[in-house]
Design a protein around this ligand. Structure first.
Ligand code: LFR
Length: 487
């Protein structure tokens, strides 16, 4: 067995990258071939993904990867739930909608009127988010395109289809649609039928590691990758790839995958579909090797990103290092928001929304950029604590350590405050967990690494990690946590 190079296409809600990874039994090294912004576009009929720009950037990235040396295979992961519809000729019907588009308002009610929330959760085990695919489809059905739609492809599967001509649905991402049976691990024919959808719209499922076709001739020509280069299905839901690369060396760990969203939870062997779990809005999404990602979405760095976009538009964004330095000096717990409040979901003027939310709960708005950043990061740390404690309670598990992975793991304040708020040690990194998980699944499909535990060991041995131990005044965090509940 020797080392081999793989290309990971990893598209996040705000940026995308193509990363090459050299992987083998004792080696795991990443290098960035191409990075680009993901800029959604608002059209008169809604907020869309510029999927052609993403595709073109992906091809540019693959071309850059090809120049760096031989590539064994390509894997694609993106955010979840969003999709494109293909007509009978296989052509894309319109630009995919962004999950933050407002068309979903009211769509959930239509679905829940046909199939109640309890019944839905008993089958799909999915947290209620207004943008779950099943709700988006209810909105989509009212439109003119629907009659022509024959195939639904989730974002990574759509891009895979464009590279290979092959149609399929990768299973970790299928589990975020709301039309997937969390216990049986397959499409729920019952729910699909019950909601009046055509079963034939939903392609066959692929497991991470399954082949997903080979590059089409024009892709070979453009990228310079060799003819016959395979695309491998990875854990195509970015969060599933990130969790696969959590550098845990003991079972029972908790994780926070922190980027635009913070996904906080546990890895389980079976879904928790109880009434309590539904009431607490925990999700049972699928991970690598049939594991369950038992977690809840927390609004995440979106709050900070969106504040900065607002300041930037006014020419007032001092840059991240200055903001974090200011936040570190700002008064602790001056303002606590509930990051999970739905008012923060849509794009817009986030500082004003934070102000309105705070005034509504009898608190004083921060007034300075550093104050907002402190408020956001402390509130996120508190939400991490709330979510992980609830997850542990509902799954009957003890919390011993938190692995914080993703871009947010570079944020020292967030890591330290997550340790302080929870009273638990935090291991931070790798920041590129998603790309690592993508590459590891491809390497495993070639027999270069072993099972999930081996993959994680390899990450722990090869990647730089930082350790945070709880400090500070635990009682102050307890009091702040009580304020979160009132927010
Ligand atoms: C993170 C993520 C979350 C999903 C959200 C929307 O990037 O994939 O897991 O809930 O984006 O798709």
């Amino acid at each position: 067995r020797s080392d081999a190079a793989f290309a990971a296409v990893d598209l996040g809600a705000t940026s995308g990258r193509v990363i090459t990874g050299l992987a083998g039994p004792d080696r795991l090294e990443l290098s960035e071939a191409h990075r680009f912004a993901n800029m959604p576009v608002r059209l008169p009929d809604g907020l869309r993904w510029d999927v052609l720009a993403l595709y073109r950037e992906m091809l540019e990235g693959l071309r850059a990867a090809a120049r760096s040396g031989p590539i064994t295979s390509v894997g694609i992961d993106t955010w979840a739930v969003d999709y494109g519809l293909l007509d009978a000729d296989g052509a894309l019907l319109g630009l995919p909608f962004h999950y933050r588009d407002s068309r979903n308002a009211g769509a959930a009610e239509q679905v829940l009127a046909v199939c109640g929330a309890q019944e839905l959760y008993a089958v799909n085990g999915l947290q209620h988010l207004p943008f779950n695919t099943v709700f988006q489809l209810a909105a989509h059905r009212a439109g003119a395109q629907w009659g022509a739609a024959r195939t639904l492809l989730l974002m990574p599967d759509l891009l895979t289809h464009w590279l290979t001509g092959v149609v399929g649905t990768e299973i970790t991402n299928a589990s975020t649609t709301g039309l997937f049976d969390a216990s049986a691990g397959c499409w729920s024919d019952a729910l699909i039928g019950r909601l009046g959808l055509e079963r034939s719209m939903f392609p066959p499922l692929r497991e991470p590691g399954d082949p997903a076709g080979t590059l089409l001739p024009h892709v070979v020509e453009f990228t310079g990758l060799p003819a016959g280069t395979p695309v491998t299905a990875v854990a195509s839901h970015d969060t599933a790839s990130a969790v696969a690369a959590v550098p845990a060396t003991e079972p029972g760990f908790a994780y926070v995958s922190c980027g635009t969203w913070s996904l906080a939870g546990l890895e389980l062997q079976a879904p928790v579909l109880t009434q309590e779990s539904r009431a607490a809005n925990f999700t049972n999404e699928r991970g690598v090797d049939g594991t369950i990602r038992y977690l809840r979405n927390i609004m995440g760095m979106w709050l900070l990103e969106e504040c900065r976009r607002t300041w930037d538009r006014r020419g007032e964004d001092p840059g991240l290092p200055a903001l974090l330095a200011e936040a570190a000096r700002a008064r602790p717990f001056a303002a606590v928001i509930d990051p999970d409040d739905e008012v923060f979901l849509a794009p817009g003027d986030m500082p004003s929304r934070i102000d309105t939310h705070l005034v509504g709960i009898g608190q004083v708005p921060p007034g300075s950029p550093g104050g907002y950043v402190r408020c956001v990061l402390e509130s996120l740390a508190l939400a991490h604590r709330r979510t992980l404690r609830e997850a542990a309670g509902l799954a009957g598990r003890e919390l011993t350590r938190i692995h914080l992975v993703g871009g947010g793991s570079r944020n020292e304040l967030l890591c330290q405050w997550t340790a302080d708020a929870t009273g638990l040690p935090v291991t931070a990194g790798p920041a590129e967990a998603t790309a690592l998980g993508n590459i590891l699944v491809q390497a495993r499909a070639r027999g270069l690494v072993g099972d999930l535990a081996d993959m994680r060991q390899l990450v722990a041995r090869t990647q730089e990690l930082r350790h945070y131990t709880p400090q500070g005044d635990q009682r102050a965090w307890d009091r702040a946590a009580a304020r979160l509940e009132q927010a």
